[in-house]
Each structure stands twice: as structure tokens, then as C-alpha cells.
Ligand binder design. Structure first.
Ligand code: PLP
Length: 500
């Protein structure tokens, strides 16, 4: 209630409260318009170029530079979204999106996002949303079961794999027992804490070391062998050397499904070393973890059940929208010890359930569990396995056709739905510079607009990379990728021949 003795708000006393939101009718009309738009967009998404033809600043120049003073109709906002914003987006749900690791939302996840926004809960504490908390515990356990991990793992959902791996690193740091929580990294009696990854690991582990105050120099990048898998002998030597020089090996992060080639570190042998040195084993399976749902693809995961923590991103290869990263771990205590801090106003009541904010950096937590729950229920594990198999089948087909085409060569063993390859410069059309040739071919392909592929570097060579993750991608799109690549390679190889 306003205080009439307070002059700054006295004028509000007795004033009619302004409408603070749309009426139910207005909301219903806007939702109907938005859902009609969403259905139409998803029907015509393949008609857009995957990558927009835009220059920096173009979108910004088309947008109002200051906020409107008066309300505008939702129809006019939707029209601007449709005409200004959407044509200038990169279309992640396009069937020809074959770059990076996909993040394409299946229908059930799209609808779940609406429900999440409608209830708008913050699942930071059990008390602030009991059902959201318990749904999160249930649905992460569904994922655990689906990928064949034992019941000793429990899970939480964070925004991204970067956050999940960061939380795991903080838990590992806590378990290393250097009391960093209280004393900080430079505190009395602390010894250097070291982390081990392969040279193919995602940069998020190094970034976690920066953010954790441990520094990039604390991360040992272990050479990978010929199949881009961590060399366990080199790992063993690195730990032995570090121990001999007084360091404390804190964390080994094995990658199952590396970013460049989806290679699989030998996690069983790595688990032996982690056990020997009593080092935390984290498994980054952000992309490939979903593939463990497929029985015939599970073998290379053997040993991951010995990890202390594992991250799997359903937003990478299971069809939830960004963001949905599941962090599975055995022992909740190191996470609590590293990350739990309860100011008075958040203190749980006796008898409350699990408070999920204790397992990550942010306090506020979106109701992400709902989209994974809706997805599992509306697609079923059989449907999800079919999608994963279909993607792996299309990738195998693409790889076989690349291998059979003398303009191209495979650059790495094919894993799951990811294929790395190069345009050949061999006899007949030797380019002065193989990297430039491949960069130009990729540029041409992406400018054509039918598919979007990305690149990486393998053995210091520029490499083109295709990865399938969208439920909309079909054989036609793989044909289109091959056609675009063939045309681009022919054009560039002709150019190479002319320039010699
Ligand atoms: N781990 C791996 C293996 C990745 O490939 C990626 C991103 O592609 C990440 C972690 C980071 O994922 P996020 O964007 O969820 O932080």
C-alpha cells in the first residue's frame, strides 16, 4: 500500500492502478498469432538461405534506436520480427544447417518453451518451485537410464556445457582439498592444481581454468594419437612429472565426442589413471553423449560410468532448444562444498527437498527440465534413437560418397554424425596452398545458401567439417551438400589450374 506521507509517491494514493499486462483476450490473440507464425516459419525455413546475406550493422540500422514511449500492437512487433529480424538470422533449424554441432529444437521442445515462459518459475530452491525441482531430478534420471549409466549418478540441468564443466572443475578443486573456497587460489599452503585434457578438448575446459583462477598454465594439453584420441601414455607421464614436481593433479577431462572430429578418448584407460592418482574424472560428452542411447553405438563409451561427472547437452543432439545441459555426478557433496552459499533469505525450511542452486554458479534457474520431459514424452526413447540412427546413417552415406569422389578425401575417422574432409590438391590439380583452396571452397558452398558447413584444423591443415543434428535434415540435404561441394570444388580447382 502506498504511504501518503511520502511525498514522492503521495500522488499515487487513490490512483486507479494502470493495466500492467495484456488482458486474457489480448494474450490469446498474440499467442495465436505467434503460434501461427512459428508453424509457418518451420514450414518455410528451408526456403531461406541458411546463412543470411548481410553486412555488420545492417540489422541495427533497420531497428528503432530508442524504446517506444507508447505501447505498440503485437501485430506490428511481429511484422518487424518477420521482416527485419528473421531474414537476417542464421537458421539453426534449417535442414541444411550442417555446421558446428547443431542445436535444433524439435516441436515438443518449442511448445515446452512456451509453457516454461507461461509459468515463469525460478527453480532455485525446492521451495520456490517444488515440482520444477523434482521434475528436474526425474528427467535427468530418465536421461541417465537412456544412456545406460548406473543409478549412482544423479543430475541437474544447467545452461551450457561450459557451465557444467566449470561446476565440475570447482567441485574437483574442492575435493582436491586445498581449501580454495575460503583461502582463494593464492591462499596459504596451496599447491599448484593441475588439469589434463587432450589437444582436441573443447576450449570450455581451459576457460573454466581461467574463471576458476587456476590459470591457463594449469591445464596440460595432452597430445592426441592418430585417431585424435588422447594418448594415455602421455597422460600418465604428465601426471607423474607433475606429482614429482609438487603439483596436485586435480582433474582429468576426457572428451567423448570431440568438437572437431567427434573422436572418443579412451575413457576406460583414462579412468585407471584417474583412480591411481585419485584425480577427479570429468567426461565432456556434450555432443556425443546422446548417442549412448543407441545400443550399437555404446561401445566406445565403456568406462565413462567410472567418471565423477559427465556432461551431456540435449540441446546439441537430442532436439531440445538451447539451453539444456545435463550435468550428471556421483557425489553431490563436492558441488555443495564448492558452490553452496545460503544467505538468510534463501535458507531452506526443515523438511524442504533438494535445492538445485547449490550445484551451479547462478542462483536463478530456468525450468529447463520441462522441455526435456515434454520431448521424452512426446517422442519416446525409440523415436529419439531413430533420429540418432538416421543422422549417423546419413553421415556414413555422406562419408562414403566423399571417399568415392577423387576431388575429396576424408580427414579423420567418421564418428557418429560428424565428417571431416578436404578438397584434394593431388596430381593434376596441385594448388600452391591447400588451406586456401579448402577455405575458398567452403566459402563458396556457404555463399550458395543451400547448406552451411563449418571448418576446423587437423594436423595443422584446414579441414571442412559436416555434422548432422537437425530433425529436419534429410537425404536431399546431404545430396545438396555434395552438389554444392562438387560445384565449389570444380570452380576453385579450375581457378587453381588457371593460376599455375
Ligand atoms: N564440449 C564440447 C565437446 C563441445 O563441442 C562444445 C561446443 O560445441 C562445448 C563443450 C561447449 O558447449 P556449450 O555451448 O554448451 O557451452
Amino acid at each position: 500500500m502506498s504511504d501518503p506521507s511520502n511525498p514522492s509517491i503521495a500522488h499515487l494514493a487513490g490512483a486507479r492502478p494502470p493495466a500492467t499486462d495484456w488482458s486474457s483476450d489480448e494474450l490469446a490473440r498474440a499467442l495465436a498469432a505467434a503460434s501461427e507464425w512459428a508453424v509457418g516459419y518451420r514450414e518455410r525455413v528451408a526456403e531461406f538461405p541458411v546463412l543470411p546475406h548481410v553486412v555488420p550493422g545492417e540489422t541495427r540500422a533497420l531497428l528503432a534506436q530508442s524504446p517506444p514511449r507508447e505501447p505498440e500492437s503485437f501485430e506490428s512487433v511481429l511484422a518487424d520480427f518477420d521482416q527485419i529480424v528473421v531474414p537476417r538470422l542464421t537458421h539453426w533449424n534449417h535442414p541444411g544447417f550442417l555446421a558446428y554441432f547443431s542445436s535444433a529444437a524439435r516441436g515438443p521442445s518449442v511448445v515446452a518453451e512456451l509453457l516454461i515462459a507461461a509459468v515463469g518459475v525460478n527453480a532455485m530452491l525446492w521451495r520456490t518451485s517444488p515440482a520444477a525441482t523434482e521434475l528436474e531430478l526425474v528427467v535427468t534420471d530418465w536421461l541417465r537410464q537412456a544412456v545406460g549409466l548406473p543409478p549412482c549418478f544423479r543430475g541437474v540441468i544447467l545452461d551450457t556445457a561450459s557451465s557444467s564443466s566449470f561446476a565440475a572443475m570447482l567441485a574437483a578443486r574442492e575435493r582436491a582439498g586445498e581449501n580454495v573456497r575460503v583461502d582463494g587460489v593464492g591462499g596459504a599452503g596451496t599447491v599448484p592444481l593441475t588439469t589434463y585434457v587432450s589437444d582436441q578438448a573443447h576450449s570450455s575446459i581451459q576457460k573454466a581454468a581461467i574463471a576458476a583462477g587456476l590459470g591457463l598454465a594449469s591445464v596440460r594439453r595432452i597430445a592426441s594419437g592418430p585417431r585424435f584420441r588422447m594418448d594415455v601414455h602421455a597422460l600418465d607421464r604428465a601426471l607423474a612429472e607433475d606429482v614429482a614436481s609438487g603439483a596436485h593433479p586435480m582433474l582429468i577431462a576426457a572428451t567423448l565426442g570431440t568438437t572437431s572430429t567427434a573422436s572418443m578418448d579412451p575413457v576406460g584407460a583414462i579412468a585407471d589413471i584417474a583412480e591411481e592418482y585419485d584425480t577427479w574424472l570429468h567426461v565432456d560428452a556434450a555432443y556425443a553423449g546422446s548417442a549412448a542411447m543407441v545400443p550399437e553405438a555404446r561401445e566406445p563409451f565403456r568406462g565413462w560410468e567410472r567418471a565423477d561427472s559427465i556432461v551431456i547437452n540435449p540441446h546439441k543432439w537430442l532436439g531440445t532448444s538451447l539451453d539444456c545441459s545435463v550435468l550428471l555426478f556421483r557425489d553431490p557433496d563436492p558441488f555443495r562444498e564448492a558452490l553452496s552459499l545460503m544467505p538468510e533469505y534463501l535458507k531452506p525450511e526443515p523438511g524442504d527437498g533438494t535445492n538445485l542452486m547449490e550445484f551451479g554458479l547462478p542462483l536463478g534457474r530456468r525450468f529447463r527440465a520441462l522441455k526435456l520431459w515434454v520431448l521424452f514424452r512426446c517422442v519416446g526413447t525409440h523415436g529419439l534413437i531413430d533420429m540418432l540412427r538416421n543422422h549417423m546413417g546419413m553421415a556414413a552415406d555422406f562419408a562414403a560418397r566423399i571417399e568415392a569422389d577423387d576431388r575429396f578425401e576424408l580427414a579423420a575417422p567418421v564418428q557418429f554424425s560428424t565428417v571431416c574432409f578436404r578438397v584434394r590438391t593431388g596430381p593434376g590439380h596441385e594448388a600452391p596452398d591447400e588451406d586456401t583452396l579448402n577455405r575458398r571452397v567452403l566459402g563458396r558452398v556457404n555463399r550458395m545458401g543451400r547448406v552451411f558447413l563449418s571448418h576446423t584444423e587437423l594436423d595443422r591443415r584446414y579441414t571442412i567439417r559436416l555434422s548432422i543434428g537437425s530433425v529436419y535434415t534429410r537425404g536431399d540435404d546431404i545430396d545438396a551438400a555434395l552438389l554444392s561441394l562438387g560445384e565449389a570444388a570444380d570452380a576453385e580447382l579450375a581457378g587453381v589450374r588457371r593460376s599455375r
